[in-house]
Design a protein around this ligand. Sequence first.
Ligand code: F6R
Length: 609
Amino acid sequence: MCGIIGFTGTANAVPKMLKGLSVLEYRGYDSVGIAAQTAGGVDVVKCKGRIHVLEEKLRDEPLPESRCAIGHTRWATHGGPSDVNAHPHRAGRVVLVHNGIIENYRELAADLQKSGVTFLSQTDTEVAAALINACYDRLGDPAAAIRQATDRMRGAYAFGILFDDRPGEVWVIRRGSPLILAKGQDGFYLASDMTALLPFTKQYCAMEEGEIACLTPEHTLLMREDGSTQPAVWKTTSMTPESAQKGGYPHFMLKEIHEQPGAVRKSVSPRVADGLPDFSADGITPEFWKTVKGIQIVACGSAMHAGLVGARVLEELAGAPTTVHIASEYRYYPPLFSEGTLVVVISQSGETADTLAALRYAKSRGVPTLAIVNAVETTIAREADRRVYTYAGPEIAVATTKGYCTQVSVLWTMAAAIAYACGRMDAAQARAVVAALEQEVPQAIEAMLAKRDQFARIAKGLVDHEHVFYIGRGLDYAMSMEAALKLKEISYIHCEAYAAGELKHGTISLIEPGTPVFALATDPALVDKTESNIREVRSRGAQVTMICREGTAVPAESTDEIVYLPDGSAPAVLFAALTAVQMIAYETAARLGCDIDRPRNLAKSVTVE
Ligand code: F6R
C-alpha cells in the first residue's frame, strides 16, 4: 500500500527520500514521487514505475538541494498508475502525499469545482490537496486549514504536507491510516512505518488518531483534536536496520521462512512461566481466560487462515466454541454476541483497514477485544482492549510466512493457557503443549528447511500447470487454505484448497490427467480417509504429492511423490507441513522468475477497505 516518507532538518533531504522510499518498496507500489522545498517554494518530480525510473528522471530534472522534503510510493486506487496520478499532488500553495482513501471525494470535488477549481488527475488525493489549499487561502494558518479541511473528509488518511510559504515545515495528520514520526541527529522524519526510518534513527513517536503534527528542523509539536498541544514524546524501537535487509538471501521471503524457528521461540517463550502457559506479561490473567466462553476470530487473508487453525485448536484444547470471520464481511453479517464472547483480531501489520473496522465494530458493541499483532504500537494494537504481540520481527516480503507462523504458535499457546486456566488440562498436559511449541516446533521447521532439493524438484513439476489443488481434512484442511494462497499469490498459478472429502461433490470434474494435487495428511487418525480421496483423484489422472509423517504407510499406487515430515507432536508436524508448502510455493515462483517479494497487484499492509 502507499508509502510515505518525509524529512526536515539540516541534511540534504532528497537522498534521504530515495533511501526511505527504497525501503518502503516492499509495501507494493506502481508510481513514485518526491517534493523538495527551498526558499523559492516546492518542486515536485514524480512518475509511473519503480524508483529507478524516478532516479533517471531526477538525472534529467534534478531537484534543488533541499533540507525539507516528502516522498511517496503509490499503490493505485482512484485512477490508474500514471505520471499525473502519482503523488505528491499540488493545489495552489499546498503540496501533499497521501495514504488512504477519501470516500466523499466526488462530493468535495463538486463543491470545489463550483468555485473554479480544476483537477488534473483522477485521484481523491488531488481533491484533498485542493480542499486544504482552499482552507489555507481563507484561514492563513496551516493547522486550522488542515483541521477544517479534514473535518469535511470521510475515509482514511495520513497526509504529509508542504506549503510553499512555510519553509522548513512539514505538516502531518493521520486518521485511520498509519504514520509515525521520528527524531534523528540531523532533524525530524515521518514515515508510514518504522522500517523506512531504520537507516536514519531508532527514536519514534506513534501519532494518535486525528492528531496534527508540525515538524521543523528544531522540534516537533503535536496538536490534538481538542486544540491542546504538546511536544512529541520519543521511544526507542528494538528493530535494527539489519532486520529489514535480506542478509545474504536472494529474497526476503526465503530469509523470513528461515527465521521461523527463532520467531516461534521468541513468540512462545514470553508466554511460558515455569513451563506452563502464562500470559501475565501481556497483562492477561488466568481469571480473564476463565471468563471466556466463546471466541470470534476476525482477520484477513493469511491471518484469517491462522485463525482457522487456531479455532480448531481452541475448540479442541480449550473447549471454547470458536468461529472465524473474514474481517471485510464481519459488519455486514453481524455475528451474535453473548456473555463471555471474546473477539480476537489477528494482524501482522496491525494496520489492515478491514480488520481495524471489525475491531471497532466489536468495540462499539461493548465486546471485549484482544489483538494478536506483530508490528508494535500500530493502530489495531493500540485500539484493542488487550494485545498479544507476535515477535516475528519486521516482515518485508508481501506474502507472509513468519507472520502467519507466529500467529498460529501464539493461538496454540493461548488455547493451552485457556485450557489450563479452566481446568480442561492438567499441568502436565499444558507443559507438554508449550514444550512442543517452544522446542519441537522450531526443530521440525529446521528439519524441513534441509529438504530444499526435494521442494525444488516438486516445483519443477508444477511450473507448466495452470491449476493446482491442495486437499486435507481437519487441521490439514485449514493449513491447505494457507498453502494454496501462498502458491497462487507468488507464482500466479491458480491453486484451490479443498476439504479432501468435498472434492467429489463437484470440483473433481476439474481433475484431468496430470493435474497436480497435494494431499496434506498430518493427522494419523485421518490418513486413511484422506487416502481414499487421494485414490479418487489419482484414478482420474491427478499427479499426487502426499505430505505426511515419517512412518505413514502409504500404498505405492496412491501417490507419485511423498514429502515426509519428522514424526512428533501435532504442532511440530503441522509446522513442518507449513514449511514444506511455503518452500514449494517459493521454489515454484523462483523457477518462474516471479517478483517473489512484491507479487503483482499486491500490497503489504492493506490500509484501504
Ligand atoms: C498473504 C498475506 C495477506 C495478509 C492479509 C492480512 O500472504 O500476507 O493475506 O495476511 O492482508 O494482513 P495483516 O496480517 O497485516 O492484517
